[in-house]
Design a protein around this ligand. Sequence first.
Ligand SMILES: Cc1ncc(COP(=O)(O)O)c(C=O)c1O
Length: 419
Amino acid sequence: MAAAPFARFANADLEEITSTRPTPFYAHDLDGMHAAAADLVASFGNAPHLVAYAVKANSSASVLRTLVAGGAGADVVSGAELELALRVGIAPSSIVFSGVAKTDAEIDRALGAGIASIHVESIEEIARVAARARSLSVRAQVSIRVNPSLAKEAIATHAHVATGHDEAKFGVLADDMPFAFEALAREADAIDAVGVSAHVGSQLTEVEPYVASAAALMTIAQEFRRRFASTMRLVDTGGGFGIDYGSGCPVTPGDFIRAARPLLDRAGLGDLRHVIEPGRCLVAPYVVLVSRVVQTKASPSKPELRWLLVDAGMNDLLRPALYQANHRVAVISGGSGPLRPWRVVGPVCESSDDFGLHALPEEPPRIVCFRDAGAYGYTMASRYNGRALPGELFLRGGVVVHEVGRASDASWVSERLGA
Ligand SMILES: Cc1ncc(COP(=O)(O)O)c(C=O)c1O
């Protein structure tokens, strides 16, 4: 059976688009992202909320503007992401700032902008933020990111993206919260204690770990409210909503909200702003990484070994090398005959530059794409091996509305010559 070609994407003809462009490039379906954001926002009904999109997943301005038009704000983790969010016009009141090691300059920028919350991740950071606020003569809006201390095995995701257990560097341990409360009270002249947050892990394909994390957070949030009733404004249950990378995902992003909302209501916290921090689910399914096949490689003595060498590498899409992620490979053009297993690999000089085994036509395709590549794709790209960063193009209504071409090799050479 021949593979069904994946020629149409976002109502556009990918083969035609690719015919005039160098590869690899990321193609974005902005309409799909807009609908995903609007759907998630709608799942809150009338409850006060903030869908704080995790900018680290995909930071293209076109993506940010699209998600904001769908009703989202931003969760940022660096001064640069904060600056970008502000520059694309996201209201400071719709921005939260997480991160374990914020510099003074980053804290100052957040304080100056007046964002909704600086999510501090340690007791030490409370004093640092207070000191910066005093020196700038402003009041800091501070939430505590809580590490809900779940058992590692209770967080059903890859170990590298599980964050809500004791060995993770993130957040203040639930057991340490009394000390965090004391620190907040001590710094009350400079800090408004606005809430609590938690993020248990990424690519969750069941709601249970999210609910367990939210349940632990609610107990802490109730105590927080008892102590800081006049300033508490939000409860942030984090992101991590999984998507279907090909092996199934029985839950939708809205399911996480529908599971977590009753916890807030039961805890008497339903009037607070319910913040969530989704990244992946708003962008991953709506992007493909398009790549040309450079050549095949076979072993005459070991015919079971067959490689499809493509022009995209781990520098363009790191997830498979970083945490054994699988991205389905689809045919855009070329390819005929029965499906055979091909090991799809890139040009980078590393054994881990390997996208895995994929069933592709015997007569190999000319152009392929890696599906569901919109999260932690371009944002993790590097120039390793002197490779240019991949291009990015953005589709709306079936037409290319914006694009950034792939950089040239020459630009890398001149940059390195200057070092
Ligand atoms: C604090 C925080 N919030 C939100 C996210 C976004 O997670 P996801 O893209 O899985 O929704 C992450 C991801 O690492 C995170 O660390």
